[in-house]
Design a protein around this ligand. Structure first.
Ligand code: GLC
Ligand code: CA
Length: 552
């Protein structure tokens, strides 16, 4: 292993950090095979540095059959040969650390990929074997076990059970998969599973990784006692219990696992950090975020806020208070690899059901792109001024809209082809980034891209925005530099504008203020020096759909 350097400094670096999510297959292609890779990331370290980030989070780069974009992991302690090598990983960490950027990697503990050696061994070993006990195998119902063990649906639809062919060639047992059939769920009651993940966490921590994003962190422990099997058609929060006794999600026992992980994280200096992707009731988030647990838990509430001052204020208040009570800091998220890009979402009316909208309208979208981008920029500025950490998703710094034009036959998302009648897909936010105005794959690589890029991509490329005053890229750079220079304690207070409920205005302890205009008329700015605006001021006033930062 190469020598690695850890960044010195404060163990609380994550509390108000800006973390940039890289979807490795779609960031930059260093060897011209159409797939983004570690070489590509290494070549873009100067770019990442220019954004002024505290950390990057890498979505899975592990060996995978790509049934779910890499969230079907076949080997947790290696790099997919199409993406690079462990040596390149070490170089990447080293280069990022040199410029002060920390590295978070994705851990996918609920399920492995079906080519994982343990799952392959389970198939070969047959019913009742210790190999099968690492996953969730059950006999089917009916005279010949031909009926699935329960009416549990998969998140990607339809069923969560798949029947296997036994070593003797006959149809046999069924295994549970909450996601695609290529993603068999682990049995977390099995100590070997527990030990193996601790080994994985040590493996990456020893290589200098600073933290972890824990995929579907709330699903690991299920109630399967005495032959019980969950039966459920929807993974909606509306059907999930919020008392730790749901039979499928967010059971209290899951925190025993994270308490053990916390001990491992704390063996390192600085302690490794973790953030839970846990789609649980808000009152259940603090347990994941506790200092004896993962330490932080995503709050995705802003995804549902739309362009609505009242909702945004309520969400900010709730989450800042809740995070503080659990000793954590909250997270702000507007986009990631699972959702329609927010520049597009903000170009649609408040209250739009985005999944439905996508399924019905993607070939005739009618998005108000300018409005969407204005609001996206304003909202990003608002969130970057709040206490807490902010997660950015690659391409949002270019103001990228969703790539809606992907033909069905080129889709990769299992959500699309496992449930064709629904017409859902997450591929439109996973299209490789445009680096240049022209050229093969707009500078993503030298030889095409694994998902098709739309024609308009060149106009919003890094090249088209670099150094251009007022571009979204330059706005992000400016904001990040300011944020760094304005670093302050995790306090804030609202300034009420009784006569203008569509104004959201708050102050940080050092006089840093943020004001956003959700209304339809321009508003006067508070006294002070204007540090940055998401839109040019009009006769000294803040126009609609805009945010300004002020130093008072
Ligand atoms: C998480 C990931 C998503 C993936 C799923 C299954 O929600 O963000 O991309 O499909 O888990 O691993
Ligand atoms: Ca490549």
């Amino acid at each position: 292993m190469a020598e690695f350097t850890m960044l010195a400094g404060d163990k609380d670096w994550w509390r108000q950090a800006v973390i940039y999510q890289i979807y490795p297959r779609s960031f930059a292609d260093g060897n011209g095979d159409g797939i983004g890779d570690l070489k590509g990331i290494i070549s873009k370290v100067p770019y990442l540095k220019s954004l002024g980030l505290d950390a990057i989070w890498l979505s899975p780069f592990y060996p995978s059959a790509l049934a779910d974009g890499g969230y079907d992991v076949d080997d947790y302690r290696n790099v997919d040969p199409r993406i690079g090598t462990l040596e390149e990983f070490d170089v990447m960490v080293q280069e990022l650390h040199k410029v002060g950027i920390r590295v978070i990697v994705d851990i996918v503990p609920n399920h492995s990929g079906s080519n994982h050696e343990w799952f392959q061994a389970a198939l070969k070993a047959g019913p009742g074997s210790p190999e099968r006990d690492r996953y969730i195998f059950r006999d089917g119902k009916g005279a010949n076990g031909e009926i699935r063990p329960s009416e549990l649906a998969s998140h990607f639809g339809p069923t969560a059970w798949t029947r296997v062919t036994e070593p003797d060639g006959k149809p046999g047992q069924w295994y549970m998969h909450l996601f695609a059939s290529e993603q068999p769920d682990f049995n977390w009651d099995n100590p070997e599973v527990r030990e193996d993940f601790v080994k994985t966490l040590r493996f990456w921590s020893d290589r200098g990784v600073d933290g972890y994003r824990i995929d579907v962190a709330h699903a690991l422990v299920k109630d399967l006692k005495n032959g019980h099997l969950p039966e459920r058609q929807s993974f909606d929060l509306s059907v999930m219990k919020n008392n730790g006794e749901d039979d499928l999600f967010d059971r209290d026992e899951v925190h025993e696992i994270y308490a053990e992980w916390r001990k491992v994280f704390n063996e390192y200096n600085p302690p490794r950090v973790a953030v839970a992707e846990a789609w649980v009731h808000a009152n259940r988030r603090p347990a994941y975020a506790s200092t004896e647990g993962l330490g932080q838990s995503f709050n995705f509430d802003m995804l549902g806020a739309g362009w609505d001052a009242k909702k945004v204020r309520k969400i900010a208040d709730y989450n800042l208070k809740a995070a503080k009570a659990s000793g954590s800091s909250t997270t702000w998220v507007l986009s990631n690899h699972d959702i329609i890009r927010h520049a597009t979402r903000f170009g649609l009316p408040n209250g739009t059901d985005f999944g439905q909208w996508y399924a019905k309208n993607r070939f005739n979208p009618k998005v108000d792109e300018k409005l969407g981008l204005d609001r996206a920029r304003a909202m990003t500025m608002l969130l970057l001024a709040l206490p807490g950490s902010t997660y950015l998703y690659q391409g949002e710094e270019l103001g990228l809209q969703e790539a809606l034009e992907i033909p069905a036959e080129l889709m990769q998302d299992p959500q699309f082809f496992r449930n064709p009648e629904l017409g859902l897909s997450r591929d439109g936010c996973r299209v490789p980034l445009p680096w240049n105005r022209t050229g093969s794959s707009f500078g993503f690589g030298t030889n095409g891209s694994h998902l098709p890029q739309p024609e308009w991509y060149g106009n919003v490329s890094v090249e088209a925005q670099d150094g251009v005053h007022g571009s979204t890229l330059e706005l992000y750079r400016e904001l990040m530099a300011l944020r760094r220079s304005l670093e302050t304690t995790e306090e804030f207070s609202w300034v009420n504008h009784i006569l203008s409920p569509t104004t959201l205005h708050f102050k940080r302890p050092n006089g840093w203020q943020s004001i956003t205009n959700f209304g339809t008329k321009s508003i006067k700015l508070p006294k002070g020096k204007v540090l940055a605006t998401s839109k040019a001021l009009v006769q000294g006033k803040l126009p609609q759909n805009a945010t300004a930062w002020i130093q008072a």
